[in-house]
Ligand binder design. Structure first.
Ligand SMILES: [Zn+2]
Ligand SMILES: [Zn+2]
Length: 136
């Protein structure tokens, strides 16, 4: 089951962003509604376009994988106002915002999301293993 968690008090996960302040309330730039993330690796806004559906992909105006979402904390240079995340930055932001996950089964929710981030962004652990084998 998809559990949506409101993204709040969440540091910008933009991969080249140096802003380490927590942003109190993230919202969708198109319709200014609060954004949520799920343990399945998706982000959505709160603008409902189709009520009579159980499919979240059709239900919300803006819905996409975390790796496709773009972030604007207000501190980016204008040519890259919207910045993509990477796994490391996103995990850092996540680790400092775990209190926003209030769902039952919090540990499972987080574990599922971390696994999914590996799928979306690729496992940088693979390159660590390569480095180990070079030493042998
Ligand atoms: Zn939206
Ligand atoms: Zn930023």
């Amino acid at each position: 089951m998809t559990t949506w968690v409101k993204i709040e008090n969440f540091q910008c996960p933009g991969k080249d962003c140096c802003n380490d302040k927590k942003i109190k309330q993230w919202s969708c730039s198109a319709d200014n509604t609060p954004v949520y993330m799920s343990q399945t690796g998706y982000i959505r806004c709160s603008s409902v376009v189709k009520y009579m559906t159980f499919n979240d992909a059709n239900k919300y105006a803006h819905y996409d994988q975390i790796c496709n979402w773009r972030w604007d904390c207000g501190e980016h240079h204008s040519f890259m106002r919207f910045m993509e995340a990477d796994k490391e930055s996103f995990l850092l932001s996540m680790s400092m915002a775990l209190q926003m996950v209030k769902a039952k089964g919090k540990a499972k929710w987080i574990a599922a999301l971390v696994l999914e981030l590996g799928n979306q962004f690729g496992e940088e652990d693979d390159s660590d293993e390569d480095q180990d084998s070079d030493l042998r």
